[in-house]
Design a protein around this ligand. Structure first.
Ligand code: DQA
Length: 145
């Protein structure tokens, strides 16, 4: 079965309790359940990983080659800072979809640039949990190409 890797970056474990005015009340478990149910309908398998540690995310991406057909990633704050995660995606050459709950372009200036976007197939930002759903649809299409 086609496998897709889902990665949630730092502080996304706190969703539901964290800046609810920006990110809403949804928890990471609720997001994951929505993703898993869509994956089931589309007959793909998801492995889901969350970490607050850049190196752990780099390690997981680095081991993904020949296992996963595509990658769905919310790099969270590392979006704006991590050359290491960008290089890991580039090195594995697995098609990646970058997602954000909030619209990063309508927020503080430092969130307007993504180091990940140039190595992703595309980016979806600003639709809350739907960003993940649209992102997974895109990741499934990329995986089946
Ligand atoms: C985020 C946006 C980032 O700027 C922020 O650091 C996050 C979450 C989002 O999903 O909207 O942690 O990636």
């Amino acid at each position: 079965m086609t496998k897709i890797l889902v990665i949630h970056g730092p502080n996304l474990n706190l969703l539901g309790k964290r800046e609810v005015d920006v990110y809403g009340n949804i928890t990471i478990d609720q997001i994951n359940n929505k993703l898993l149910s869509l994956a089931k309908k589309r007959k793909v398998k998801l492995d889901i990983f969350q970490s607050n540690h850049e190196g752990e995310i780099v390690d997981v991406i680095g081991k993904a080659k020949n296992i996963y057909a595509s990658l769905l990633i919310n790099p969270a704050a590392y979006t704006h800072t991590s050359v290491a995660i960008r290089d890991a995606i580039s090195a594995t050459d697995i098609p990646a979809v970058e997602v954000h709950l909030s619209n990063i372009y309508s927020r503080e200036d430092f969130r307007h640039s993504s180091l990940i976007a140039p190595v992703a197939k595309g980016q979806i930002s600003g639709f809350g949990v739907e960003s993940y759903i649209y992102g997974l649809e895109a990741a499934i299409n990329l995986a089946k190409k």
